[in-house]
Design a binder for this molecule. Structure first.
Ligand code: CA
Length: 443
């Protein structure tokens, strides 16, 4: 007999189950990044060692999307886990602080706070400036950053102090991306003893094009001045993401923290957008279009011990899923009445679920539309992407499996496929609200 070997598993089976502490959640967002401009997508002139390390430590999604080709709509989708057009948040809320994420919608911060998480936003909010819309009214215990859509990176040069700590001017003087990194690390330090949710929303690499001299010097080999500044701004963001990841490791929290990274939309490369020197190759199109260049973005999830390391995942996923994934990780059961459009990606990324998380993904941005159904994409996009004047293209059909650059329009060849996708999209479109602001009319 070998009693020890028998007794040990039995003892383990009878022991009370020690519940692991729920994981921390760190959701990192970059702003207006080009699809091509990260090392893990093959970028050569701008090193992104920390984002590359994050990719190696987890899962890189090659078909990672955002639900909006613009800043605020994508952030509204991320915070709610719902297609933002369902509640009228189709465009950026221009026209004053009285516009913002509708109060009918609950945010990820609301839900994680209710589950006992310490919640903090460091960075750009862009979901409303009026008191009732401010981060600390939308589930965040703490806020350091700015409320609008863009900000100078040299805060002391601004006349009014619009970098806030909570609701008060922060008196910030550091280069903004460095300040956000510093505050993110401090947030982790303050809350390391209990589960926390950190939403680290950089405005890098959105205009204005401001970089520090030291970083510009590193990139003096890049001749194009805008690209050089962009590279220096990207390096600043990557460095500061590295500081946060280092802090998680130093506190031995990295194994119990879900870290995600996306850009809020593609690089603005066409006339009429806030061009910053970004490159979306091999994708076509730009920020403000429903072409792949507007909505397919760098997309990472890392959760060592739970998600595989160094995995490349090819089925389509969307930033709405990060909300549902974070909730599931936190042990929060999503209620049917929340009507989340995102799904928990963990079983898909671990291989427990073999199918696609989504058979269909949808976009609507004014007159522009797109639907991805399997590998087929039907799209009406802003013709400024082709170098023309702003306008809306006819519907075009692409097979993304062998045409990632949306070069060969198959609409005339495959009218039945066009009809099928159009019907799928129209069904979704009929569920949406009219835009609450901007863009004029629906559709
Ligand atoms: Ca953006």
């Amino acid at each position: 007999m070998r009693p020890l070997l028998v007794a040990l598993p039995l003892a383990l089976a009878l022991a009370p189950v020690a519940r692991a502490a729920p994981p921390n959640v760190v959701v990192i967002v970059g702003d207006d990044m080009g699809y091509a401009d990260v090392g893990f997508h093959g970028c050569k002139d701008i090193p992104t060692p920390n984002l590359d390390a994050l990719a190696r430590s987890g899962v890189r999604c090659t078909n990672g999307y955002v639900s909006g080709p613009y800043c605020s709509p994508t952030r509204a989708g991320l915070m709610t886990g719902r297609y933002q057009q369902r509640f009228g948040h189709e465009f950026n809320p221009g026209g004053g602080p009285e516009l913002g994420l509708p109060l009918t919608e609950a945010t990820l911060a609301d839900r994680l706070k209710a589950a006992g998480y310490a919640t903090g936003l460091v960075g750009k909010w862009h979901l409303g400036g009026a008191d009732k819309f401010q981060p600390q009214k939308r589930g965040f215990d703490e806020f350091f950053g700015f409320l609008g859509g863009a900000h100078s990176y040299f805060p002391e040069k601004k006349q009014a102090d619009t970098i806030l700590r909570g609701t008060k001017p922060a008196g910030e003087t550091e280069y903004l991306t460095d300040a956000f990194g510093r505050e993110a690390v401090a947030f982790v330090d303050r809350h390391k003893a209990k589960p926390f949710f950190l939403y680290l929303a950089f405005n890098a690499v959105h205009t204005p094009m401001h970089a520090t001299d030291a970083r510009l010097k590193k990139f003096e080999g890049i001749k194009d001045e805008q690209r050089r500044t962009y590279a220096a701004m990207m390096a600043a963001m990557d460095e500061n993401i590295g500081k946060v990841l280092d802090k998680l490791r130093a506190e031995k929290l990295d194994g119990n923290t879900l870290v995600t990274f996306v850009s809020d939309n593609g690089g603005p490369t066409m006339k009429g957008t806030t061009t910053n020197g970004s490159v979306n190759a091999p994708l076509r199109g730009s920020k403000r279009t429903t072409l792949e260049g507007g909505v397919r973005v760098p997309f990472l999830l890392s959760w060592p011990g739970t998600l595989p390391a160094g995995k490349v995942y090819d089925h389509p996923v969307i930033q709405l899923d990060l909300n549902a994934t974070a909730l599931a990780a936190a042990g929060v059961a999503a209620k049917p009445e929340w009507k989340l459009d995102g799904v928990n990606l963990v079983p898909y990324l671990t291989g427990k679920e073999a199918g696609r998380p989504h058979e269909t993904l949808y976009w609507r941005f004014g007159q522009q539309m797109a639907v991805r159904h399997g590998d087929w994409k039907l799209v009406r996009y802003d013709t400024a992407a082709d170098g023309g004047n702003p306008g809306t293209s006819p519907q075009k059909l692409y097979n993304l499996a062998d045409d990632i650059g949306e070069k060969t329009d198959l609409a005339a060849k495959m009218p039945e496929k066009v009809k099928e996708l159009e019907a799928v999209w129209k069904k979704w479109d009929a569920e949406l609200a009219a835009p609450l602001w901007g863009g004029g009319k629906k559709k």
